[in-house]
Write a protein that binds this ligand. Structure first.
Ligand code: ZN
Length: 401
């Protein structure tokens, strides 16, 4: 036994990770990975998990993983909804997604000013601080990793879309403060318990997600913010339903159940334990493969624009939707866009019928409304009744002639 390890810590897999622990404080920091959190920018505290569980270390749940990958390859898939009971790894999986995303160029300013703003609207389009930086040739953006922004359950509409900046109002200036949706730009927005969300908030999130931007108006001031994010929602159906109009706007839906096999469950336990004891070592163990996966996602994204759907495959997609009696046009849209992402992920530029079959369940489930099917049936009965009465009326009139 090595003298340096007072506790049975998992053996770090890579060189350079072993270190001497001098105090209990340091040990706690080491095993909890807290040493990394100190490096976090203060403004993001509480918003992002610094060392998420590696995506590739997740056991099973193939469909959940596939849906999330398709959503990050193709933004037109319009997000993923994870439906299932507690403790099935929905949140862990959503958090783990950020490691797979390549770095982005992000505004270095609290107000989200970008060089494009100046290109489009002149120097007044950015805040005074950024105008000064621009004049001095200081870059307004910096390269940054993708974060997971988690929407707090008690968030208000002002928190979500933004509102008047009270600090600026002290100086008699009307200025807007960006909200969570603007912070989510180029990030992953995770909305846990989306079914418990206020209507207005849910709609503002879904509107921003589909448009990639939103405009905030307060009195005389208005501002448009970019909000290009991958939306991941989760809900536990035991705690209430999601209104059909909200449900319809999530591209892919995965019904997440607990792992079936005992072997899988024990493997999940072992990996989760290793991660809790030493997140850094677990992350390091999967680092190389995570890097490869990230590269593959980049190539799939690059290929996506070239992926085509042959007419026969598109028609087959239409037939599936028709057979399932789904009304929403979003069904075909998501189905075909998910199939394109699937083909791109497989490094092909043509969608096959098999691609369609792979993604159809996640694109189409929970879209059919029993209520609407019943409603249309009743309606059709009523129409027939009308026709009968109207026809009788005509024949009565003819007999009277
Ligand atoms: Zn600025």
């Amino acid at each position: 036994m090595s003298e340096r390890k007072p506790l049975d810590l998992p053996e770090p897999k890579e060189e350079g990770l072993t270190r001497t622990v001098k105090s209990l404080r340091e040990l706690i920091d080491l095993v909890t990975g807290r040493t990394f959190q100190a490096e976090m920018p203060q403004e993001d505290a509480g918003l992002a998990e610094v060392m998420p569980f590696p995506f590739l270390a997740l056991v099973g749940q193939a469909e959940m993983k596939l849906a999330l990958l398709l959503a990050i390859i193709n933004p037109l898939v319009s997000g993923v909804l994870l439906v299932g009971p507690r403790g099935t790894g929905k949140t862990t999986t959503a958090r783990s997604l950020v490691n797979l995303l390549p770095d982005v160029e992000r505004s270095a300013c609290f107000y989200g000013c970008l060089p494009e703003d100046i290109a489009a609207g002149g120097i007044d389009a950015v805040c005074p601080e950024c105008a000064r930086k621009f004049a001095e040739g200081v870059p307004l953006t910096r390269r940054d990793r993708v974060r997971l922004i988690e929407l707090p359950l008690n968030a208000t509409l002002d928190d979500v879309v933004g509102g008047l900046d009270e600090r600026a109002m002290i100086h008699d200036r009307m200025r807007l403060k960006r909200g969570i949706l603007a912070q989510a730009d180029l990030n992953v927005l995770y909305v846990d318990e989306v079914n418990l969300l206020d209507n207005e908030i849910a709609n503002s999130i879904l509107d921003a997600a589909s448009a990639g931007s939103y405009t905030l108006r307060r009195g005389q001031v208005a501002a448009t913010y970019r909000s290009r994010f991958t939306l991941v929602g989760s809900m536990n159906p035991e705690e209430g339903n999601l209104r059909p109009q909200i449900m319809d706007r999530f591209g892919l839906r995965v019904v997440v159940r607990g792992l079936d096999s005992i072997a899988d469950r024990l493997e999940a336990y072992r990996r989760s334990r290793a991660y809790r004891l030493n997140p850094r070592a677990t992350v390091a163990q999967y680092q190389e493969d995570t890097g490869f996966a990230r590269e593959e996602i980049l190539s799939a994204r690059a290929l996506l624009t070239k992926v085509e759907i042959p007419d026969t495959v598109a028609e087959a997609g239409g037939k599936i939707v028709q057979a399932l009696k789904i009304d929403s046009l979003r069904a075909e849209f998501t189905l075909l866009e998910a199939a394109r992402a699937y083909a791109a992920a497989d490094a092909r530029s043509q969608v096959t019928l098999d691609d369609l079959k792979q993604v159809a369940p996640m694109a189409l489930r929970l879209r059919r409304s029993q209520f609407m099917i019943q409603y249309f049936e009743n309606q059709s009965n009523e129409e027939q009744e009308f026709q009968k009465i109207l026809n009788n009326l005509t024949s009565d009139a003819q007999e009277a002639d």
